[in-house]
Design a protein. Structure first.
Length: 229
């Protein structure tokens, strides 16, 4: 009765959270991977929304919500208690792609508040502190499992890496460095362009078919025409 899309795993692999249009405009559903029970609607609002990450302790889900007044905003959904969404970042600009640090004390995201999309990190819960990670544009941040490196996609589809040092409510970021160019499917939008392994040494990337493949040409030989001029 509707589209189901943008799934994310729970940290223990026991559940999948996804978006569905079956009962409205992009609500969040949860289903056990065992198939023992049917999916359950866990968040229904008037705005379109999509999840990006589940904290490693399983307690929170970070998601983006599209507001008619503040555009794209970042929210956190507690997976316990009354499950009332918590506002993380609401501005007149677009914020998207939130990702929890492995220790759960920071959230990386991207925003166009500078006029172009850049990757930032803020503490969770928010304290007012903010650090810019990317330089020259960036989207879709991903943490290495030990929290010592952040990856992101540059506007020219190059995969970048930044060394980070997390402290108690503080962060130190190094200079972005190029890992390798990609042929990813796009740049802007909620689609997950890539994921990285826990050690940051392997990447799974949705890629466009290579333009280097030439179009075949068929040549017919010894051809004659019976048509009379």
């Amino acid at each position: 009765g509707g589209e189901d899309f943008l799934p994310i795993w729970s940290p223990d692999g026991g559940k999948i959270l996804f978006v569905s249009d079956r009962n409205g405009f992009g609500n969040l559903f949860e289903k056990p991977t065992s198939g023992a029970t049917n999916e359950e609607e866990i968040l229904k609002t008037e705005e379109r929304k999509w999840p990006s990450d589940w904290s490693k302790d399983g307690r929170y889900v970070a998601f983006t919500s599209a507001s008619p007044t503040t555009r794209l905003d970042l929210w956190v959904l507690p997976m316990f208690g009354d499950r009332k969404p918590i506002s993380f970042l609401q501005t007149p600009f677009n914020e998207d792609g939130p990702r929890f640090s492995p220790d759960g004390h920071f959230i990386a995201y991207y925003s166009d508040d500078s006029g172009a999309y850049e990757v930032y990190v803020q503490p969770f819960p928010p304290s007012g502190a903010k650090w810019q990670i990317s330089s020259g544009g960036g989207m879709q941040p991903r943490w290495r499992r030990d929290g010592k490196e952040l990856f992101y996609m540059a506007p020219d589809r190059k995969l970048m890496a930044v060394d980070v040092n997390l402290g108690k409510g503080t962060l130190e970021a190094g200079v972005p460095k190029l890992l390798f160019p990609t042929s990813s499917l796009g740049y802007v939008g909620p689609r997950n362009l890539y994921e990285c392994s826990a050690d940051g040494r392997r990447f799974l990337i949705n890629s466009l078919k290579s333009d280097a493949v030439s179009t075949p040409v068929t040549v017919v030989v010894n051809w004659t025409s019976d048509l009379k001029q």
